[in-house]
Design a protein around this ligand. Structure first.
Ligand SMILES: [Zn+2]
Length: 124
């Protein structure tokens, strides 16, 4: 079974690696088609590896503290969560933006909640 050079069209043996006329690799199309899934899988894996390498420890802590601050002591946990998220952002943690939103949201919700509770206690 003959293989034709994709560059110049010269027929070559199926096992031939390089075209005898133009010295271009034979069967590049078939080889790259086989390699394509691997090549496309690599970029999707790389960001995950980078995220794991960078870690989300501070962002995760910030999200936890942000959630706590919505329920308990927002004056204490809110700023801690925001600081952790800010440090995470400076370290380019992938979840730091979400963490910052949760931290600020937790602080605001906690303070509003605390204000409502305090207001209800004051009126009773
Ligand atoms: Zn050729």
């Amino acid at each position: 079974m003959a293989v034709f050079c994709s560059n110049c069209g010269t027929a070559a043996a199926a096992g031939a690696g390089i075209c005898s006329t133009c010295n271009m690799p034979i069967g590049v199309g078939a080889a790259s088609a086989g390699a394509a899934p691997v090549a496309s899988a690599a970029p999707t894996y790389a960001p995950q590896a980078a995220a794991q390498k960078g870690g989300n420890t501070l962002s995760t802590l910030a999200i936890v503290f942000g959630a706590i601050s919505a329920l308990f002591l927002p004056v204490l946990f809110g700023p801690v969560a925001i600081i952790l998220a800010a440090i995470g952002k400076s370290k380019k943690e992938s979840r730091s933006t979400v963490a910052l939103i949760v931290a600020i949201g937790g602080l605001v919700v906690g303070m509003v909640f605390g204000f409502i509770v305090g207001y209800m206690n004051a009126t009773n």
